[in-house]
Write a protein that binds this ligand. Sequence first.
Ligand SMILES: NC(=O)c1ccc[n+]([C@@H]2O[C@H](COP(=O)([O-])OP(=O)(O)OC[C@H]3O[C@@H](n4cnc5c(N)ncnc54)[C@H](OP(=O)(O)O)[C@@H]3O)[C@@H](O)[C@H]2O)c1
Length: 248
Amino acid sequence: MSKLDSKVALVTGASKGIGAAIAKALAAAGAAVVVNYASDKAGADTVVAAITAAGGKALAVQADVTKAADGQALVEAAIQQFGRLDILVNNSGVYKFGALEDITEADFHQQFNVNVLGLLLTTQAAAKHLGEGASIINIGSVVARITPAGSAVYTGTKGAVDAITGVLSRELGPRKIRVNALNPGMIETEGAHSAGFIGSDFQSWAVSQTPLGRIGQPQDIASIAVFLASDDSYWLTGEQLLAGGGTR
Ligand SMILES: NC(=O)c1ccc[n+]([C@@H]2O[C@H](COP(=O)([O-])OP(=O)(O)OC[C@H]3O[C@@H](n4cnc5c(N)ncnc54)[C@H](OP(=O)(O)O)[C@@H]3O)[C@@H](O)[C@H]2O)c1
């Protein structure tokens, strides 16, 4: 008997990076997993193939989390395929760092739309189907705690994720649905490579701020997500778990 046997999970932005690792870890713990992607169908199909090859159940579903109708269709796909929903991981996110003078309206709206509005719309759609014991995990970031220079918009989105996590833990607590933020430090992902973080001075600075002396890998976050998804964390809600090797 595995920890998440008979549970159904939905992971947004699971075509790569942290989301892909979380989807695989939840499946390895017994959950059937909906692997959401926005544009990278091949990535999502690879994650589904890895899960099914290991004997698990998974389904890739395209949805842009910034669109309410997409969020509803995504949740409906989970219900139609697997009959229920127990775990929601709001992981989809975009990040673009830049100094105050470089902030644009477009960058603001893109990051707030995916990281904040997307989380709200997906949670709104999922909440209708979640029952007692369900777990919502919002992927935030340690940046909301350490507020690095040159990250006002992105850090603003993750500060909002922390705040919304607290609010929704109160709104959904009476239904015995838990809501926690899981906040990684720097993690080596496709997105971190594209953003130019890996091998940069920013990475060296991040390591210098990390007691455990390295940046993270997606699996470092996935195992904590399994804990937050499972009943092992049944007394935790409204928390902001820093998952950055001690970065704070
Ligand atoms: N990497 C880090 O250092 C780090 C640190 C702290 C927190 N985080 C957070 O962790 C999460 C994942 O980051 P990552 O580094 O793994 O990112 P990543 O490698 O760039 O992957 C991002 C994922 O989000 C999806 N996505 C983007 N826009 C979307 C939309 N409109 N609708 C649905 N999905 C969308 C992408 O889908 P497609 O590829 O299919 O388009 C992809 O699956 C983000 O919330 C990020 O802020 C990352």
